[in-house]
Design a protein around this ligand. Structure first.
Ligand code: PLP
Length: 232
């Protein structure tokens, strides 16, 4: 077994344990391999090992690897910061844009989707820690943003996504995961056009167990699958 396949197996096992703790089955959790800085060959290895989707952060890198056939046979997510001038490169190319974090971006995505004659699935990114310089709508702006989606053609919001502040030990993340789960449940009880709360995407390599225990049903795992990224 390759290292990547072995890692995916180990991650799946931990997902199953965390799902069980929260009263769910492993099959209810979508595992997204966050593959930034890993080449097409490694992405294909992860797909062969059975991840449910692949998530990319950078548009340029995504287009390059896509041209190399990296994502065949899997669902492709965009999970990074998306600039409005790059929207045209990902709409209709990604199955899910997880990082739709402003009304302006949603409008731009809708415009492009309508031009292509399709509906783009998105998640609304929430800046749950209200951190400066981070993407995502603030929790108190969420209702207004969801209201607005009803007026935007070409966009279907399938849930929420968050990258909470890193506070050191895993446990401290839990508060933000719990806050996200509250928002998720709260919205499920309301009715917004073009919005259906199916996915709650939160948790990365060092926090996916905590996130699942708090209620996440989509996790984005990078280094625990591919190994440490080498920045140079
Ligand atoms: C890189 C990244 C991840 C995965 O991070 P790891 O710590 O390597 O698991 C998840 N979500 C987003 C948005 C990322 O950019």
């Amino acid at each position: 077994m390759s290292a990547i396949a072995e890692n995916v197996r180990a991650v799946r096992e931990q997902i199953a344990q965390a799902a069980k703790i929260s009263g769910r089955g492993a099959g209810e959790i979508t595992l997204v391999a966050a593959s930034k800085m890993n080449d097409a060959g490694r992405v294909r290895e992860a797909i062969a090992a059975g991840v449910d989707a692949v998530g990319e952060n950078r548009v340029q890198e995504l287009l390059q690897k896509r041209a190399e056939g990296a994502y065949e046979g899997t669902s492709l997510h965009f999970i990074g910061h998306l600039q409005t001038n790059k929207v045209r490169d990902v709409v209709g190319v990604c199955d899910l844009i997880e990082s739709a974090g402003s009304a302006r971006l949603l409008e731009e995505i809708g415009r492009r989707a309508v031009a292509l004659g399709l509906t783009q699935d998105v998640l609304i990114e929430v800046n749950i820690g209200k951190e400066k310089g981070k993407s995502g709508v603030f929790p108190e702006e969420l209702a207004e943003t969801l209201e607005k989606i009803g007026e935007i053609s070409g966009v279907s919001a399938l849930g929420l996504m968050a990258v909470p502040p890193i506070l050191g030990p895993e446990r401290e993340n839990r508060r933000f995961f719990d806050d996200m789960m509250k928002l998720f449940i709260d919205i499920q009880g309301k009715k917004y056009d073009n919005v259906s709360m199916q996915y709650l995407s939160m948790g990365m390599s060092d926090s996916f167990r905590e996130a699942i225990e708090a209620g996440a049903n989509m996790v984005r795992v990078g280094s625990a699958i591919f190994g440490e990224r080498r920045y140079n």
